[in-house]
Design a protein around this ligand. Structure first.
Ligand code: GSH
Length: 119
């Protein structure tokens, strides 16, 4: 299933981009900030889209495909301390990149994080 989404605008300042990135993170269960050219991103997208059989597809933002992408990448660095892609968030928690995600998947923790909801 193709679930790539767009943030659809440019940003007037770094604060503006940070606010937008925070709202994308808060309004989706699983968020993957990706670049369409990145092999680590492809691996993580395949995991969430095909291998994990989630009820709801992840929200994927291809930040190299949008004018506001570089601003979002800088915003993600401010928010998470991580500049590289993929950059993954689950229920607003920062997970990390491809290696971190794969490690959590192997340990069984990733499925728990996706399924877990605070009440
Ligand atoms: N070890 C990292 C590798 C991620 C990585 O090197 N990503 C590259 C793209 S393939 C990156 O973000 N480079 C900097 C950039 O594109 O701005 C992971 O597991 O996520």
């Amino acid at each position: 299933m193709v679930s790539t989404q767009k943030f659809a605008r440019q940003f007037s300042s770094n604060d503006d981009a940070v606010e937008k990135a925070k709202s994308l993170i808060a309004s989706n269960d699983v968020v993957i900030f990706s670049k369409s050219t990145c092999p680590f991103c492809a691996k993580v997208k395949n995991l969430f889209q095909n291998e994990m059989k989630l009820d709801k597809p992840p929200a994927i933002f291809e930040i190299n495909k949008e004018a506001g992408g570089p601003a979002i990448q800088s915003a993600l660095q401010s928010i998470s301390g991580q500049r590289t892609v993929p950059n993954i968030f689950i229920h607003s928690k920062h997970i990390g990149g491809c290696d971190d995600t794969m490690q959590l998947y192997q340990s069984g923790e990733l499925l728990k994080l996706v399924g877990h909801r605070e009440t």
